[in-house]
Design a protein around this ligand. Sequence first.
Ligand code: HEC
Length: 139
Amino acid sequence: MNWRAFLVGAVMLAAGFLASAQPPPKIKRGAPENISAADGPRMFRAYCAVCHGLEGLGNGPAAGALKKQPADLTQLSRKNNGKFPVYRVANVIQGAGETAAHGSREMPIWGTVFRTLGTDTVKLRVDNLTSYIDSIQRQ
Ligand code: HEC
């Protein structure tokens, strides 16, 4: 399945989930919504919450449709001896260093997605999402 179709599909699924009286979700192809690169929390809600949940606990509405459980993003520091793994998180979001050994990844390669919204803001988007995830750590 084309990842972008899946992503937009997942967002539509979320919308359907929140308003279950509506007709079943449709897969819609298109560019992701252009949320301000400066706004980490809003980007998280728009791009990540469908899988990771609004609070980052890994329980978004699309989670059940995935083979792999989306990570609980509030536990990353706790699982890393109390230190937020900033470079690893930024790399996972961006999709840098993806290798065959990592297996088939279900999370979109956000570096590629964000580049479609403007090449000059990719780093800012990744940095601000990483800072936002840092801010939701629960020890
Ligand atoms: C389509 C569902 C989906 C979306 C959307 C998604 N993720 Fe993920 N994410 C996953 C899954 C599933 C994993 C588990 C690891 C894997 O797939 O290899 C994961 C893992 C991660 C990890 C690694 C956590 C760890 O243990 O190191 C980070 C960080 C992360 N996601 C951040 C994000 C951010 C930030 C966004 C939004 C820009 C996002 N994710 C959007 C599904 C998703």
